[in-house]
Each structure stands twice: as C-alpha cells, then as structure tokens.
Design a protein around this ligand. Structure first.
Ligand code: GRF
Length: 213
C-alpha cells in the first residue's frame, strides 16, 4: 500500500515508518512526504531515504481549502491511498477530512480521549494520572477525535517532568505507529461507527497497576 506522510518538524515518527517500510516484508511504502514547514528536519530524513518530498507554504494559498486541495492532489498524484499524520501541526479542512475519510490516521501522545490538543504531558502530570501513553486514531474534523486503532500505555512516575514523560511516550510511538500501519496495509482494519475493528485482534492479558503494592 502506498502512503503519504504529513509532517511539520522533527519527523522521528516519520523515521520509524521509513525504517519499517525498509523491511522487505513490510506491506506499505511511502510515496510522498509533505511538510507545511520548509525547515522541517523530517524532510531531510525523507530525502536521505530517497522518498519524494513536497513543501506547501500557507503563504502561497489564500484559503485553507485551497491549501488542502493542493495537498490532496499531490497525494493522489503520488499514488498514495492512505495518509499518516506524523506531527503535522495544522488543522485540516472538513473537505480534506471528508475526502480521506477512514484513509487518514494520526498519532497523538496521550491516551485519547484524555488530553487532547497541545501540552499533553503537562496536562497529564498536572492531573496526576498514573498512566499515559499514545494513540493512533482515524481522523475526524474535530481535533484529536476519531476511532481509536491502537494505544500503548506507560506509567507516569512521581518525579516526571513533561520532557521525561514525553521521551517515555515517544519511545512507544515509534513502536506503535509502524504496527498500526502494518495492520492497515494488510487490510485488517475496518471502521464501524466510532470504532475501529481489527481482524484477528489479540488482546494483552492481565492488568497494570500504578502504584504497585
Ligand atoms: C509526536 O509526539 C506526535 O505524537 C505528535 O507530534 C509529535 C511529533 O514528533 N503528534 P515527530 O516530529 O514525529 O518527532
């Protein structure tokens, strides 16, 4: 399955997808990386992997709809049939989300539906939750909404800072996003209502308790 990846910055999640796609057995390949920032480090990661890149600068478009339509055309022209958002820091128009309905996923660094938006690790620490994590979800018009596909959980430690928690969560993002893309590309995922259903879904056993006894 050909996919497009949309980024705005560092691109460490993009790198995890590039690395996964480099495996001959992996069922997806990245046909295009798009950034809305010309200086995004992820663009270098893509070029180093010989993946075509395009930059869309919002100054070149008078409306969000025009910007998104140009992106959509470029994605279709690349042959991509699915989109992964990986740190793309721009709201998408309703039209774009509609065009790519159930063919558009995002990774968010919290256990959705908790802690949407920005500064998620600050929010998690302030609220004193004992676990946080990351979520891969299908994208809907409202920010950080949509059927949940996969999540990973990490403990929040008493002396965590937003940075230490972010690093622990990011490590899991890099594991989860390629796994999620694999089952998508294997066509094992379908969306029914607000739920993503996975063929052969294997559930982990037992529970995690924080704090321990
Ligand atoms: C990640 O934490 C991702 O969950 C969020 O934005 C960050 C992007 O990091 N959506 P990177 O650019 O992939 O390194």
């Amino acid at each position: 399955m050909k996919i497009a990846v949309l980024i705005s910055g560092r691109g460490s999640n993009l790198q995890s997808l590039i690395d996964a796609c480099n495996d001959d057995d992996f069922p997806a390949e990245i046909s295009l990386v798009i950034s809305n920032k010309a200086d995004a480090y992820g663009l270098k990661r893509a070029s180093d992997a010989s993946i075509p890149t395009k930059v869309f600068n919002q100054k070149d478009f008078s409306t969000r709809e025009d910007f998104d339509a140009a992106m959509s055309d470029a994605i279709e022209a690349s042959g991509a049939e699915f989109i992964c958002l990986a740190g793309f820091m721009r709201l998408l128009s309703d039209n774009f989300v509609k065009t790519w309905h159930d063919r558009l996923v995002n990774i968010h660094p919290s256990l959705l539906p908790a802690f949407k938006g920005l500064h998620v690790h600050e929010q998690a620490i302030e609220r004193g939750v004992r676990f946080s994590g990351c979520t891969v979800h299908f994208v809907r018009s409202a920010m950080d909404e949509g059927p949940i596909l996969m999540q990973a959980v990490v403990p929040v430690l008493p002396d965590d800072t937003p940075d230490s928690l972010a690093a622990r969560v990011l490590e899991q993002e890099h594991i989860v996003y390629p796994q999620a893309l694999r089952i998508i590309a294997e066509r094992k995922v379908r969306v029914s209502g607000e739920r993503a259903i996975i063929d052969g879904h294997k559930t982990p056993n037992g529970s995690l308790i924080n704090p321990e006894k």
